[in-house]
Design a protein around this ligand. Structure first.
Ligand SMILES: Nc1ncnc2c1ncn2[C@@H]1O[C@H](COP(=O)(O)OP(=O)(O)OP(=O)(O)O)[C@@H](O)[C@H]1O
Ligand SMILES: [Mg+2]
Length: 268
């Protein structure tokens, strides 16, 4: 793909708890292990949680300090030692002021001028500030294969569509059960192919309790297979898939197609 440099991917959803932070951290780690220079930004300024997953929870200088001018971008970046991933973390302060548009715009200028190949931005649910959205390369919309989540994701996709902004739909926590919406039903509703499918995998909460990203902890897991494919969309060089663990994907695509569908709706 003709790529911006840095290529800025904003992880996005309107619903909470769909796996944005999990995807942001593990995509960033996967790209980093593929030798790219990667910055992971925790823009969930009220509930920063990237640090917990990476074992970087004592961040005193992070995104807030850059926004309010107390620190330079460079000095607010932490390095995840095991991978060399750079992290602009969130501070766990009680300070709950809102984000100021001019400060956000200024941060985006700095990010765009930085030396990274990829910048992955984790966001809180419903995060849609113009100053950020107008300056990203792509929105990666995360949804679970549930009706409410998919409908919400498609509404969000319409907003990006109106801005002619590239967006990709990622389905997370896929169980491959009959009662879930099928990939075909979701693609019909979204209007284009689903970009990536990440299974529900126990390795995620287990690795999280160990403060090690699942992508590193769960080497041969189905979760890692899904994240590798996702990273391959961006690196253009699909990473090696773990061997003979395609079970869930095969099941997913062979799901009995039900005559049910998702209600259509108009977005104003
Ligand atoms: N593929 C997965 N398999 C198993 N558990 C998962 C998976 N993805 C996410 N989870 C779990 O689901 C929960 C929510 O994930 P996460 O915090 O990444 O969501 P989020 O969208 O960032 O939430 P919020 O909107 O609050 O920021 C976490 O406990 C996480 O460990
Ligand atoms: Mg989150």
């Amino acid at each position: 793909m003709g790529m911006d440099s840095p290529y800025i991917i904003m992880i996005s959803s309107q619903k909470g708890g769909v796996g944005k932070t999990t995807v942001a951290v593990n995509l960033a780690v996967a790209l980093r292990l593929d030798k790219y220079k990667v910055l992971l930004v925790d823009a969930d300024y009220l509930n920063p949680s990237v640090g917990f997953i990476l074992g970087l929870e004592n961040i005193n200088t992070g995104i807030r300090s850059v926004l309010n001018g107390k620190s330079s971008l460079e000095n607010a970046i932490s390095v995840h030692a095991p991978t060399g991933l750079h992290v602009l973390g969130g501070e766990l302060s009680y300070d709950s002021d809102t984000l100021k548009p001019d400060e956000l715009a200024n941060l985006m200028v700095q990010l765009k001028a930085s030396k990274y190949d990829f910048i992955v931005i984790d966001t809180p649910p419903g995060f849609y500030p113009k100053e950020v959205v107008d300056n990203i390369s792509e929105a990666l919309i995360v949804s679970t294969p549930e009706m409410a989540s998919v409908v919400s994701a498609v509404r969000l996709a319409h907003k990006y569509e109106k801005k002619s902004l590239r967006h990709t739909l990622l389905l997370n926590m896929v169980k491959g059960k009959r009662y879930e919406l099928s990939i075909e039903e979701i693609e019909d509703t979204y209007g284009t192919r689903v970009g990536a499918i990440i299974p529900l995998d126990e390795i995620v909460p287990i690795s999280s309790s160990e403060r090690i990203p699942a992508f590193i902890y769960g080497k041969r897991s189905e979760f890692v297979g899904g994240i590798s494919k996702l990273a391959g969309l961006y690196s253009g060089q699909p990473l090696a898939m773990p061997k003979s663990r395609h079970g869930i994907f095969v099941r997913l695509f062979s799901l009995f197609k039900r005559k049910r569908g998702i209600p259509s709706f108009e977005v104003k």
